[in-house]
Every structure is written in structure tokens, then in C-alpha cells.
Write a protein that binds this ligand. Structure first.
Ligand code: B12
Ligand code: SF4
Ligand code: SF4
Length: 357
């Protein structure tokens, strides 16, 4: 049976697969609890609920007897790195939304193998996917917290099929971490989010661009150069087989985003990009910050229009910050004009700070 699982996985586009006969995840539960106690989960309160219920897959699927864990490299999911946004997002977001794509692949395996009961899972689930892949012997957990496969590296997605058949009795040998004395990923993190205890989401750029739909903390804005996600702690890893940065040139995408005042404008510009997942306000907010950190002086005018005319205070405040960061007489003129007319106190404080910058 295990050979049939492996063949079906490869046929459906996965590059590595292994099975974990369901057992205890007590050690991982302790690690998760310590991470939560440190406050590292930021606003992701759902992780506290999952921890309270317990990480054992049987808490969700009482019939589970094994978890088939599968890996697929992001660059095999979207080979052409399409879109003028490709250099503005992390590698996982360079193609269409991966969730339905992977669910279809998992569905293909379920149909071929005719399990009595099987649940297909990818991301957004209550299963601890890195821990499961590690337990299944597919790789080791690095200090950057990635599951790193010895040949595929870490730039990959983890998916699972929870099944009611045993498939194999023995638990695979977990792989030993190869970090040694290296701390390259910790050193590469521009915000200090990566510590020896894991990722502090409160300081993580990936968190702020994908989960936080509010204000991006002032002290993190300087480090933000992507609209969605961050690959820096993976790119630093000698074992990472890392996500290669792409250069799409100074594309017009940022300017179009900054000019999108309504949901319809936003969908017309970003609708077929993964950025649409962020919702208009959060995406345009991030675009303003990125325009400044990438020194896009050609966007001063559109940033000025956003500062004065965007319906969202969140956007106006971040656009004002960006103008202050870019500087110059045109930026200062917009800020000075807007200072007297802006109704929202938080935006006014951003404008005042930008004028002093
Ligand atoms: C919440 C979440 C986030 C949060 C928090 C990140 C984090 N490190 O926890 C934020 C939004 C910041 C985030 C960012 C990213 N994420 Co994310 N995220 C998740 C999610 C939904 C849950 C992760 C979780 O439980 N965190 C809790 C903490 C405690 O987990 P942890 O530090 O990794 O520790 C656990 C295990 O690794 C293990 N463990 C850790 N150390 C050790 C040591 C030993 C010896 C052992 C035995 C076990 C062990 O036990 C712990 C408890 O499970 C998973 C999907 C899922 N359902 O699992 C995806 C997931 C982890 N993310 C993924 C990706 C791709 C990313 C990004 C690369 C996206 C991007 N480019 O921006 C970044 C990477 C940031 C980073 N360095 O981790 C992939 C990772 C693939 C891989 N190769 O590891 C996952 C698995 C989604 C998927 N299906 O592919 N993510
Ligand atoms: S994803 Fe980026 S911000 Fe988050 S820990 Fe890694 S390097 Fe730091
Ligand atoms: S960069 Fe170094 S410390 Fe970080 S995961 Fe890779 S080998 Fe480990």
C-alpha cells in the first residue's frame, strides 16, 4: 500500500511523501505552548484554541490511523512566476492561490487509492504541519523554523492526507537538524522577529503583510519591501535551496494599487494576483510602505493623491508616512496642505511626523 501511495503522490505532482502512524505529539505541544506563552502568536488567536484542544490529529479526526505527509515545491506549482507583482511577493505567492490547486491534487490521490475515510488538508488547518512532516521523516526543523528537506530544501508547501488505514507500523526516523553553530537566518531577519524560541509574529513581516489588516508598526516599516510574505530567513539558509528573488523591474503594479480607491478598482488591478487575498485597505497600506522603502520617487504623485483622497484612514496614514520617507518638495507640499484638513487624529499624527522627517 505504501508504494501505491508514493506512486499516486508523484503522479499527482508531489515531490516527496512519507507516512506518520498517528501517535503522541507531546514534545511539539510543549514547544507550541512555550511559543504562545511568549506572546509570539500576535493576533492569531486561533492557534491558542488549537493548542487547548491538543495537537493530536485524532482530536479532529477520531478515526485517524495515519497521516500521509506530502511536499511540493512552490516553483513547481507556478513555474512561470507570472505577473508584474512577482518581485513584490514571497515565492509562495508568485502564482494563483495554491490552496485549491493542492486540494485538487490531494483529491486525485484519494480517488486513485479509494481510502474508506480520508481528509485532505493544506495550510489553514488545525494540524501542526511542520511537526507532522518532521515526524514523517521528511526533513528537519531549522532555526528559521522551516521544515527543510535534504534535497528539496525549504521553499515548499506541506500537505496531508489523514487516513483511517495504518499504511505502515513503524514510525520513520526523524532527521537530525543540520544547523550546528549557524545563525545566518537569525542574523538575516531585518526586524529581529526570529529568535532562538522561534518566530515572534508580532515583529514578522510575513505576519504583518498577510494576517494583520491594521497599522504596520512604525519601527517595522523601514524593513518592509514586499506586499505579501517574506523569504529572507529562508534565502539566508545554506540548506534552504532558497526562494530565488525575481526582478520584474519597477513595474506599474504598485502605482495601480495605490490608485485603487474602491473594491472594484482594487479587483480590476489585483483580482487575478494573490495580493487580492489581503483585501484592498491592507494591500494599499502595504503598497504605500513598499513604494517608500523601494525608493519609488516616481510614485510621489499617486501617494499624494492617496494621502488626500483615499476613503480609508489606514491608507491615508501609511501614504503620509511614505511621503515623509521619500521626502522632496512635492511630497512636503501635499503633506503641508493635508495637515490642516485631515479629520482623523491618527492620520494627522502620521502627517505631522512625516513633515518632521
Ligand atoms: C501560523 C503560521 C504562520 C505565522 C507564524 C510562523 C511560525 N513560524 O509559526 C506567520 C504568519 C508568521 C507565518 C509565516 C510564514 N509561513 Co506560515 N504557517 C503558519 C501555520 C498556519 C501554523 C504554524 C504554527 O503552528 N506555528 C506555531 C509555532 C510554535 O510553530 P513552529 O515554531 O514551527 O514549531 C512547531 C514545529 O516546527 C515543531 N518544532 C519546532 N522546533 C522543533 C524542534 C524539534 C526537535 C521538534 C521535534 C519539533 C520542532 O513543533 C512546533 C509545534 O508544532 C502553518 C500551517 C500549519 N497548519 O501548520 C503555516 C506554515 C508553517 N507556513 C508556511 C510558510 C511557507 C510560511 C512563510 C514562508 C510564508 C512567507 N514566505 O512569508 C513564512 C515563514 C516564516 C517562518 N520563518 O516561519 C509553510 C511552511 C513550509 C515549510 N517548509 O516549513 C506552512 C507549513 C504552510 C504550508 N502548508 O506549507 N506562518
Ligand atoms: S519571515 Fe522575514 S520577518 Fe519573518 S522571521 Fe523570517 S526574515 Fe524575519
Ligand atoms: S540559516 Fe543556519 S541556523 Fe538557520 S536554518 Fe539554515 S542552517 Fe539552520
Amino acid at each position: 500500500m505504501i508504494d501505491a501511495v508514493r506512486e499516486a503522490a508523484y503522479r499527482n505532482g508531489f515531490q516527496a511523501v512519507s507516512v506518520w502512524p498517528v501517535g503522541s505529539l507531546a514534545h511539539e505541544q510543549t514547544l507550541l505552548q512555550r511559543w504562545l506563552d511568549l506572546g509570539y502568536s500576535a493576533g492569531m488567536t486561533y492557534l491558542q484554541r488549537h493548542a487547548a484542544r491538543g495537537l493530536d490529529p485524532r482530536a479532529l479526526f477520531p478515526w485517524a490511523r495515519a497521516v500521509v505527509v506530502l511536499l511540493v515545491r512552490w516553483d513547481s506549482l507556478h513555474r512561470c512566476q507570472e505577473g508584474p507583482w512577482a518581485d513584490l511577493v514571497a515565492s509562495y505567492a508568485r502564482g494563483p492561490d495554491y490552496h485549491p490547486v493542492i486540494m485538487r491534487k490531494l483529491g486525485g490521490i484519494i480517488r486513485e487509492l479509494r481510502f474508506d475515510k480520508a481528509a485532505a488538508q493544506v495550510d489553514a488547518t488545525a494540524l501542526p504541519e511542520r511537526a507532522l512532516a518532521h515526524r514523517a521523516g521528511l526533513g528537519w526543523i531549522g532555526r528559521n523554523r522551516f521544515l527543510i528537506h535534504p534535497e528539496l530544501g525549504g521553499d515548499l508547501c506541506i500537505a496531508e492526507l489523514v487516513v483511517d488505514s495504518t499504511l505502515q507500523e513503524a514510525e520513520p526516523e526523524p532527521q537530525i537538524p543540520l544547523c550546528g553553530e549557524c545563525t545566518a537566518c537569525i542574523d538575516a531577519c531585518p526586524t529581529g522577529a526570529l529568535t532562538r524560541e522561534g518566530v515572534d509574529a508580532r515583529r514578522c513581516l510575513s505576519y504583518h503583510t498577510t494576517q494583520n489588516r491594521g497599522i504596520i508598526p512604525l519601527d517595522l516599516r523601514e524593513s518592509l519591501t514586499t506586499l505579501m510574505g517574506c523569504d529572507l530567513c529562508l534565502q539566508a539558509c545554506p540548506h534552504g535551496n532558497a526562494a530565488v528573488p525575481v526582478d520584474a523591474g519597477a513595474s506599474g503594479f504598485l502605482g495601480l494599487l495605490l490608485a485603487a480607491r474602491t473594491r472594484d478598482d482594487f479587483l480590476a488591478c489585483a483580482g487575478n494576483s494573490p495580493v487580492a487575498y489581503c483585501k484592498r485597505e491592507a494591500a494599499v497600506r502595504s503598497a504605500a510602505v513598499v513604494a517608500a522603502t523601494r525608493r519609488r520617487d516616481d510614485l510621489v504623485q499617486v501617494l499624494g493623491e492617496a494621502t488626500a483622497g483615499d476613503p480609508s484612514p489606514l491608507v491615508r496614514g501609511h501614504a503620509a508616512w511614505a511621503l515623509g520617507r521619500l521626502g522632496g518638495s512635492a511630497a512636503r507640499a501635499v503633506l503641508a496642505r493635508r495637515h490642516g484638513t485631515e479629520p482623523e487624529p491618527w492620520v494627522r499624527s502620521e502627517i505631522a511626523a512625516a513633515l518632521e522627517a
